[in-house]
Design a protein around this ligand. Structure first.
Ligand SMILES: [Zn+2]
Length: 264
């Protein structure tokens, strides 16, 4: 594959301009990069969904957990209400790192107040969490009504059930149930352990654990440089439903006679 080359000109949803997407490695997920902002396909998918659902995203209160991508930089640059956290046990939870600027947060037990954010962003984080049920419940707690969690996570198992690869023991040590797999982590040179191989049942699992409602978006659009394996975008909404009350169910007249009046 030494001669692999894919180059497409199009519109980048992350840097929001005409751009060229170039890959010289066939694993497009990591290598099909915007030549202007360096974004990967999954970041362009995330921003496409974000711009469609919340075109006002620049004005939102945003929390991103464990940022590190071109999309993270775009959010930080453009949205004054953007805050970010890292899993950093070296400083007290809820405090801000003096040089790094991140707030130390355990996604499974956050110190943010209830209903703090319009938008929570996680990019390739949820496959590294040991207790995703706690993490999504905490994300739901910190979202305002009507808020949403927008997320990329590799759904490697697709139609097959999700499978746990690693678990914690009571003493905090890690128990491997399958061969350990690590992903690159800007915070840790050893990488991040993959705890769960997710399937499409991820949406039902998250909804059961969080009370939110999750939709999985799949986009294939070379014109926006969105083509690769495992670039689904998950959007989980916290209830903030329209008020449709006001209807008074008729009690005096049986339904049949009402229909008779209308159509008789
Ligand atoms: Zn770009």
């Amino acid at each position: 594959m030494a001669d692999f080359r894919l180059q497409v000109d199009g519109f980048c949803p992350v840097c929001e301009q005409q751009a060229s997407f170039l890959a010289t490695d066939p694993w497009l997920r990591d290598h099909f990069l915007c030549q202007s902002c360096n974004a990967q396909p999954r970041e362009r998918a995330l921003f496409s969904v974000l711009a469609q659902l919340r075109p006002d995203w620049r004005g939102l209160a945003i929390h991103e957990s464990s940022p590190g991508t071109a999309a993270s930089r775009r959010l930080a640059d453009q949205a004054p209400g953007y805050r970010f956290s890292q899993y950093d046990p070296s400083i007290p939870w809820g405090s801000v790192h003096p040089t790094g600027g991140w707030r130390a947060e355990d996604l499974e037990a956050q110190t943010f107040a209830d209903e703090s954010f319009d938008l929570v962003v996680t990019q390739d984080v949820m496959e590294h969490v040991f207790a995703p049920d706690l993490a999504v419940a905490e994300i739901a707690r910190t979202l305002k009504p009507g808020g949403m969690h927008i997320c990329t996570v590799p759904i490697v198992n697709k139609e097959k059930p999700s499978v746990r690869r690693a678990a914690r023991n009571a003493d905090g040590s890690v128990r491997h149930l399958l061969e350990p797999v690590y992903h690159g982590n800007p915070m840790d040179p050893n990488g991040s352990l993959v705890t769960i191989d997710w399937g499409y049942d991820i949406a039902a699992y998250w909804d059961a654990a969080s009370g939110m409602s999750t939709t999985i978006w799949t986009i294939e659009d070379l014109g926006r440089g969105i083509q690769a394996e495992y670039i689904e975008v998950l959007v989980s909404r916290k209830a903030g439903l329209p008020d449709l009350s006001g209807d008074v169910r008729p009690t005096a007249a049986p339904r049949r006679s009402l229909l008779g009046k209308l159509f008789g």
